[in-house]
Design a binder for this molecule. Structure first.
Ligand code: GUN
Ligand code: FE
Length: 446
């Protein structure tokens, strides 16, 4: 893979905030993987005439194509992909014991891990996920295979070796001391790869699987190595009940993490379906963000997450597919389910809870980048950011979107918005004809 200097000319869409979608015809110039210049089509014509882009490859998009930022998946479990679509007949804690822990235990086999992870990373890139925040398994070597796959296929990835020290039926946990040693070894090894796209994440599975001693140790390690922390919070009512029973001095689930030093401004928590008013104050006061995972919230019958309430509490929110509690690896699916679940809540009587497609698109791009503390590098097309992007062809061959000639509006402003809207509601990987990560072409159907 070599990164060329390249100028894209055509429709470009990205968000600058939850309520602001910028969509225009224009150009973006990319040099060594970074956005160095952008502007209107007229400016492009002027610069091109002046020879400014003579060393660049020029990509002129067709009328049915546009460029958007790559999707950010803030929460998914790479080792659970073989279970995708399976075993969704039980609530969270039973599902973990019956299906998930037995599968994850298999990743002590490093060869098996390498094969699965290679497929997982490619599947996500094909679907336009240029950045993924992954849970691996308990195993250092196995999870390093995920790191190697991300590096090999050039995906931006935050990767955690999962930490657990509480006994379970599958025997899938570590003694505290070994766990802390393993986590440090994992972090040091990932850092030693010196790959700019991949970073380690401290990953206590959740307060059901980790005691206070382990979480305190993990938060110290995160501080020492300046790592992000990821975990799960308040996904399911039985889970919350268990956490409060086993931590009787804590008033809320959030207090359990906060008292162990887990809640920092580099922490992202998945789910947050049943947060209390106290937690809705605590999380933003610590700078904790949330990965909204609508697919698994319904598949595991955890609940309808009031994502508008979380956003209104000034918590930064991104989207997660949460495979294999979630049954779909595509962020386009997470966008649609975010709209549907939030609309269900509104129709059930919570005014203004529905998120529209532009807001859901923001969560899938810039919102996710902010939630992962990566918005200085990715999330939209500000000059200076890395070029992580999707080239979408709305009517690409074999796709699900048909063109009805003369049906779309003719004024260009309305036309481009409708084009993006069609993709958000109907598109899939067949419409994502090119994928770029830091300027490198990692998928190409053209
Ligand atoms: N809580 C703890 N572990 C998991 C997991 O693997 N998936 C989901 N959805 N929730 C969890
Ligand atoms: Fe999860």
């Amino acid at each position: 893979m070599t990164s060329k200097n390249i100028v894209f000319v055509g429709i470009i869409a990205s968000s600058s905030s939850l309520n602001k979608l910028d969509i225009n015809s224009g150009y973006i110039a990319v040099q060594h993987g970074k956005i160095v210049k952008k502007g209107s089509t007229d400016e492009f014509v002027k610069f091109e005439k002046a020879g400014e882009f003579s060393s660049y490859k020029i990509m002129k998009l067709s009328r049915n194509q546009f460029i958007i930022p790559g999707f950010v998946d803030c929460h998914t479990h790479a080792p659970q992909f073989p279970n995708i679509g399976l075993g969704l007949d039980r609530p969270l804690l039973e599902w973990l014991a019956k299906y998930t822990f037995p599968l994850e235990k298999k990743y002590s086999d490093t060869e098996f891990a390498a094969k699965v992870y290679d497929q997982v990373v490619q599947r996500l890139l094909t679907n336009g996920t240029t950045t993924a925040c992954y849970f691996g398994s308990l195993h250092v070597e196995g999870t390093l295979e995920l790191v190697k796959s991300a590096i090999k296929h050039h995906q931006r990835a935050l990767i955690g070796k999962v930490s657990m020290n509480k006994e379970n039926d599958a025997g899938y946990y570590n003694e505290t001391k070994k766990e802390l040693t393993d986590v440090e070894e994992f972090i040091k090894t990932v850092i030693s790869y010196q790959n700019e796209l991949v970073e380690p994440v401290v990953t206590p599975r959740f307060a059901v699987s980790c005691d206070k001693e382990l979480m305190e140790g993990l938060s110290k390690i995160a501080k020492q190595y300046d790592c992000r922390i990821q975990s799960h919070i308040s996904e399911n009512l039985s889970e919350i009940e268990y956490v409060l029973q086993t931590n009787p001095k804590c008033k809320t689930y959030g207090d359990v993490y906060d008292e162990s030093g887990i809640f920092t401004d580099k922490c992202i928590m998945a789910h947050a379906v049943h947060l209390t008013d106290e937690e809705l104050t605590l999380l933003p006061s610590r700078g904790v963000s949330v990965a909204h995972c609508p697919a698994s919230n319904t598949r595991l019958k955890s609940g309808l997450c009031p994502v508008r309430r979380i956003i209104n509490a000034n918590i930064t929110v991104g989207l997660g597919t949460d495979v294999s509690g979630g049954d779909n690896a595509s962020i386009l699916d997470a966008i649609r389910r975010t709209m549907d679940i939030s609309m269900c809540l509104e129709m059930q009587g919570s005014p203004n809870y529905a998120l529209n497609w532009k807001e859901a698109f923001y969560l899938a791009t810039l919102g996710g980048a902010k939630a992962l503390n990566l918005d200085h590098k990715i999330g939209n097309f500000d000059v200076g950011k890395d070029f992580d992007a999707l080239l979408v062809d709305v009517y690409s061959k074999g796709s699900q979107i048909d063109e009805y000639e003369g049906a779309l509006p003719t004024t260009s402003e309305e036309y481009v918005v409708d084009l993006l809207q069609k993709f958000v509601f109907l598109g899939d990987d067949r419409n994502i004809v090119q994928v770029y990560v830091k300027g490198e072409l990692v998928k190409n159907l053209l």
